[in-house]
Design a protein around this ligand. Structure first.
Ligand SMILES: Cc1cc2nc3c(=O)[nH]c(=O)nc-3n(C[C@H](O)[C@H](O)[C@H](O)COP(=O)(O)O)c2cc1C
Length: 335
């Protein structure tokens, strides 16, 4: 099998396009070594949160909803949980130092924040520590009825512009799907400085515990069906934005990776599958992708990329309203 899997993402030369995304698996140097042994071509570190950086300066409300905006990934008991996950800026810098000195793969740092505050300076600190690129995760629940969609979008764009202007390394922006006009926002993110869009952030949903009558943030790993939303938007955006596109959410198998590639992904990222099955699952994803390409007569990932995108398929309506109507009318009840 002689498939050329090489990929350029954020200007970085990768051996193949299956990248471990930010998760506890990339928070620990031993796990990073295991991922490298499994063939990881790069690694995205877990996020350092704005709140951690501003910890000393800010009085933090430790409840589930922080003022107008909630941060679901960390949920209640904000700092204790974050400290279990990633013990703050100093340890983060040490993780970067070790990942850079002990492996030869590109290391992508991750910052997670929403405000336009002083924490942004940390982008340069991570760059100085040697990360090859940055991922900015904007995890925002726009819960303030007094702020319009345009207000919130402006905040996003200002943040991307300010942060990417601070560093010389490429900045990828990890976003959710909840924009009224995602295609327009994608172009505006690119204009603001995004070298890649990572689609999509999973918004962790709180549940209600009927026994304790409390709100329980419990994390459910993704399932492959979540890839569908990503596929649609990869296909729509491919060739219409100049920046790279990373697929995240629902990539669990080599076939899932193939689908994302055909829709237009530059790279596919995996967290849940690796957390559920261990770092070795990455080898399976990469080999499954290569096998499929070989079986179907492709020479390289570049040849396959985007070949089922909006611009390439004869009927792009399948990604829009026509697809919706076809889907509804194709359902056959089994009872
Ligand atoms: C336990 C856990 C921790 C995560 N931590 C982060 C994080 O720190 N920063 C981030 O951008 N994404 C984080 N994610 C999101 C993943 O990087 C990924 O985007 C998401 O899980 C969807 O991909 P998947 O379907 O492969 O899991 C985390 C996911 C999980 C399951």
């Amino acid at each position: 099998m002689t498939i050329d899997l090489t990929t350029t993402y954020l200007g970085l030369d990768l051996a193949h396009p299956v990248v471990p995304s930010a998760s506890p698996l990339t928070a620990d140097i031993d796990h990073i070594h295991a991922l490298v042994a499994a063939g990881a071509p790069a690694v995205v570190l877990p996020s350092l949160f704005e709140e951690q950086i501003e910890h000393d300066a800010m009085a933090i409300d430790h409840s589930l909803e922080v003022g107008a905006d909630g941060f679901g990934e960390s949920a209640e008991g904000f700092f204790p949980e974050l400290d279990d996950y990633n013990t703050g800026p100093d340890d983060y810098l040490e993780l970067i130092r070790r990942a850079k000195s002990e492996t030869s793969i590109p290391v992508i740092g991750s910052l997670n924040g929403v405000s336009n505050g002083g924490w942004i300076r940390y982008a340069q600190t991570l760059a100085d520590q040697g990360v090859d690129a940055l991922e900015l995760n904007i995890y925002r629940v726009a819960a303030d009825p007094g702020r319009t969609g345009a207000d919130v979008e402006k905040d996003y764009l200002d943040l991307v512009e300010r942060l990417s202007a601070r560093v010389d390394i490429p900045v990828a922006v990890k976003i959710g799907p909840y924009f009224s006009s995602l295609a327009d926002m994608a172009q505006r993110f690119e204009a603001a400085g995004a070298a890649a869009l990572v689609i999509f952030n999973r918004f962790y949903q709180p549940d209600i515990d009927l026994e304790t009558l409390g709100v329980t943030p419990n994390l459910v790993l993704s399932s492959p069906v979540e890839l569908r939303l990503v596929l649609r938007w990869l296909a729509i955006l491919y060739g219409r934005v100049g920046c790279d596109l990373a697929a995240t959410s629902g990539v669990h198998s080599g076939e899932d990776a193939v689908k994302a590639l055909l829709a237009g992904a530059t790279v596919v990222m995996s967290a849940s599958a690796l957390l559920a099955h261990g770092p070795g699952r990455l080898t399976e994803l990469r080999d499954g992708l290569a096998r499929w390409l070989d079986d179907h007569g492709y020479d390289s990932v570049a040849q396959a990329r985007g070949s089922l995108s909006y611009q390439a398929v004869p009927d792009p309506g399948v990604f829009e309203r026509v697809g919706y109507m076809k889907t509804l009318t194709s359902y056959v009840p089994t009872w």
